[in-house]
Structures are given as structure tokens and as C-alpha cells.
Design a protein around this ligand. Structure first.
Ligand code: URA
Length: 429
């Protein structure tokens, strides 16, 4: 087969701050998936994009070419509108777990294709896999069946969904080209658009525990993704939300499932409830369902019913006891006062070192490992009272986790005013 372009010309164009043509973009993505463009050539192109950026038109075309590298799911035969959400990831961010049943209980279908965690932010599938028997892998037919009968499904994306992104994301991970707005936006949106939902709400995190710690960069990423989604015919909205402090009081796989079930049962921490309901309202609005208050589904048990059905439909036992780590260690408050700091990144890294996360894709995670927070910034604490409880299956991990937590917390005198980012910082339509 005679190739349309020479890859070095495409790389040179971007290296010299040029604009790639639609034909060049279509070709380079396709040729990369076919193996004609070598990994080292795509590395050079990714670095040129990282350094020199892309125009909006280039980003939209790049995303579209990645979608076309695989299958696009179609849920139009369902009897309900479909809507999904994506979070850019954060510490203690278990919102998908209560959110999917809440939205499904209100009458929308939520096809949520999730990933596993890498680094300090956890993955939704790792969390759900702590439930005895639950399996992440479903065929498209099984996914459709669960969506039709239960209304919500959370499962692993199959190999056919945006395969160009799968290859490129693995390459970016090892070539220091992850933190690029055009590359992140196209990567996330190619998968979300290929997933086929009619509406999409993006939860773009900012703060110490987020990918985009700078709020201006987070806004730029959100605006870029909303534009890509809208251009592709998916009703898309974004919320920029706080990730300076972990969400909720539990960080770790089984611990986060436990907290999510508490929320679905009508209890749980206020920030998890608020973010779940805020995102649910946006999703339902995009789905055209405006006559139901999603908060009612937490009070009347209908969201918990959907959760139980959703877990059972994927082989899980929603009533089974969750795994508990073998060892625990408490970090105590050194003085009486007000907790002024609880650094999300440091808590995330510590939970990861306790075994809740993985360093390489193929590593196992510990279901019981993680951290329970006993106070959040602004709360009063007493000298000697527990601030954090660390859980692990391997006692030797405490040392590394405690090192990560050095300076993660600070206590000020009683009466200290603590200013925190608002939970929802901005909405991008
Ligand atoms: N998540 C993705 O799917 N892709 C990125 O590039 C970053 C986060």
C-alpha cells in the first residue's frame, strides 16, 4: 500500500509550529494503529504537540480520527435517554458509584465505561472489584441488557473502543507527554464520544490532588472538552470542582464502596452527597428529565435498589462483607485546635503506598488498603485524638505512607478561619 504522507513531514510540520491538515491527522492516527508509524515517530509527534499545542480545529479532527479508529457504541434502541459523566480523577473521588444508580433511578440510562487507577488517583473498577463476585468485563450485549433492565451499568471498556487512544495513552505515559490539554482532551473525549451516550457531564477537578492543579488550566481543559463534545453532537457540560482536599472521609477501594453505600442508604458525608446530587441534576437536565429531584432517590431507597440490582447483574453480592485490611495504624493530632490543611495529593500518594493503587498497569491492588479521615479542614480536633487511620495488608508499607503524609496536615489555634475552594467552582456550558 502506498502511504499518503511521510511521517517525518507530519512531525516536522508540528515541530515548526505549523497546523496539521485534516488529511494529515486522519492518516497519522490510522497509520499509527496499523503500525506504519513507529512508536518513536509517534513519541516525537506527541512531544511536538505537547510543546507547540494544536488549534481547536486540529483537536476536533484528532479526536474524531481516534473515535474512527474503533467502534462507536449505539444505544438508540434503548427506551430511555442516555447520559454519562466523566471525572478527570481525584483522591477519594467515588462519585460514580452513588451517581450512576441515582440517575438511573430517575429514569435515564447511564452507560459508564470506566478504567482502573494508575498513580495516586483511584479507579472505579478497582473499587467495585472489592465487592465479592463482581466482574468488570461485559460483552456489548450484556451491557445493553443491564442498561435496559437496571438502567445503569459500570464496566470495563472493551479493546474495540478508541484503540488509537489506548496505544497513544500508553506511549504518553512513558514519554512525559500526558499533561497536554489537546492530548488529554482528545483522549478523554474520543472514549466518551465512542461510548455513545446522548449527553455528557464532565467533572474537571482542580487543586493539589488533581491532574490540573491550576484552575485556569482546568478551565481551559473543560472548555476544550465541551467544544469537542458539542461539535460531535453530544450535549456536553462541565463543572470545575475542588480537589484540594480528598472527597468524603474514605480513600481506598473497599473503604470507598462502604462510603458510597452509606450515601445510597441516606447517610454519608455532606460533600459526597452534594456533588452526587449536583452532577445528577446536570445529567438529568441534559437527558430532558426535569420533573424528579434526584435527592429523593437517596431518601426513598430507590437509588439503593438500583445499586443492588446493578451489582447483582454483574455477579456481585451487594450484601457480602467487604474485605478489611489486616493491619491498621492511627495518626494522632499533635495539638488541640482547628485542622487547617489536609493535602489531597499527599493523602492519595499515602493510600497508594499502602496498596490501594498500582505502579504498573498489571500490578494487583489491595481491596482493604487505604485511609480513613477523621476530620476535614475547618473541623476542631483535640490533642491525641485520631486524625487518620491507615489500613494495609502489609505492615512494612506504613513507613512509606507515613513519609508521604509528612506535612499533609496542619493544626491552627482554635478560632482560625479556614478558607477552602468551593466544592463547585464554575460551570462551563
Ligand atoms: N485520562 C485519559 O483518559 N486520558 C488522558 O490523557 C488523561 C486522563
Amino acid at each position: 500500500m502506498v502511504e499518503r504522507f511521510a511521517v517525518v513531514d507530519v512531525i516536522r510540520e508540528k515541530r515548526d509550529r505549523g497546523v496539521l491538515s485534516p488529511e494529515q491527522i486522519d492518516w497519522v492516527i490510522d497509520a499509527y494503529v496499523r503500525g506504519v508509524v513507529a512508536e518513536e515517530q509517534m513519541s516525537a509527534l506527541a512531544m511536538a504537540i505537547f510543546l507547540n499545542g494544536m488549534t481547536d480545529a486540529e483537536i476536533v479532527r484528532w479526536t474524531d480520527a481516534m473515535i474512527r479508529s474503533g467502534e462507536r457504541m449505539d444505544f438508540s434502541a434503548l427506551d430511555r435517554p442516555t447520559v454519562d459523566k466523566h471525572s478527570t480523577g481525584g483522591v477519594g473521588d467515588k462519585i460514580t458509584l452513588p451517581l450512576v444508580p441515582v440517575v438511573a433511578a430517575c429514569g435515564a440510562a447511564v452507560p459508564q465505561l470506566s478504567g482502573r487507577g494508575l498513580g495516586h488517583t483511584g479507579g472505579t473498577l478497582d473499587k467495585l472489584e472489592s465487592i465479592p463476585g463482581w466482574r468488570a468485563g461485559l460483552t456489548t450485549e450484556e451491557m445493553f441488557h443491564v442498561l435496559q433492565t437496571v438502567g445503569g451499568v459500570i464496566c470495563a471498556a472493551g479493546p474495540g473502543l478508541a484503540p488509537a487512544d489506548k496505544k497513544l495513552y500508553a506511549l504518553r505515559d512513558v514519554t512525559a507527554t500526558v499533561e497536554s490539554i489537546p492530548l488529554i482532551a482528545s483522549s478523554i473525549m474520543s472514549k466518551k464520544i465512542a461510548e455513545g451516550a446522548g449527553g455528557l457531564v464532565l467533572d474537571v477537578k482542580t487543586g493539589s490532588g488533581a491532574f490540573m492543579s491550576d484552575p485556569l488550566q482546568a478551565r481551559k481543559l473543560a472548555e476544550t472538552m465541551v467544544r469537542i463534545g458539542t461539535d460531535s453532537g453530544v450535549r456536553t457540560r462541565a463543572l470545575i470542582t475542588a480537589m484540594d482536599v480528598p472527597l468524603g472521609l474514605m480513600v481506598g477501594n473497599a473503604l470507598e464502596v462502604q462510603e458510597s453505600v452509606a450515601v445510597l442508604s441516606g447517610g454519608g458525608p455532606a460533600d459526597i452527597i452534594e456533588l452526587t446530587i449536583t452532577l445528577a441534576r446536570e445529567m438529568l437536565d441534559l437527558a430532558g428529565i426535569t420533573d424528579i429531584d434526584p435527592a429523593d432517590t437517596l431518601r426513598d431507597g430507590t437509588a439503593l435498589d438500583v445499586w443492588n440490582q446493578m451489582i447483582s447483574a454483574q455477579g456481585g453480592d451487594p450484601k457480602a462483607a467487604l474485605p478489611v485490611a489486616r493491619c491498621s495504624h492511627q495518626v494522632l493530632a499533635g495539638s488541640t485546635g482547628v485542622l487547617t490543611e489536609l493535602n489531597a495529593l499527599k493523602v492519595g500518594v499515602a493510600a497508594w503506598r499502602l496498596g490501594a493503587g498500582r505502579a504498573r498497569k498489571e500490578d494487583p491492588v489491595s481491596a482493604g488498603a487505604g485511609i480513613q479521615l477523621h476530620a476535614k479542614p475547618g473541623d476542631q480536633v483535640a490533642a491525641g485524638a485520631p486524625l487518620l487511620t491507615l489500613y494495609t495488608d502489609d505492615e512494612s508499607r506504613f513507613e512509606g505512607a507515613l513519609a508521604a503524609l509528612a506535612d499533609a496536615t496542619a493544626i491552627g489555634p482554635i478560632g482560625t478561619e479556614v478558607t477552602r475552594l468551593p466544592l463547585v467552582i464554575e460551570k462551563i456550558n
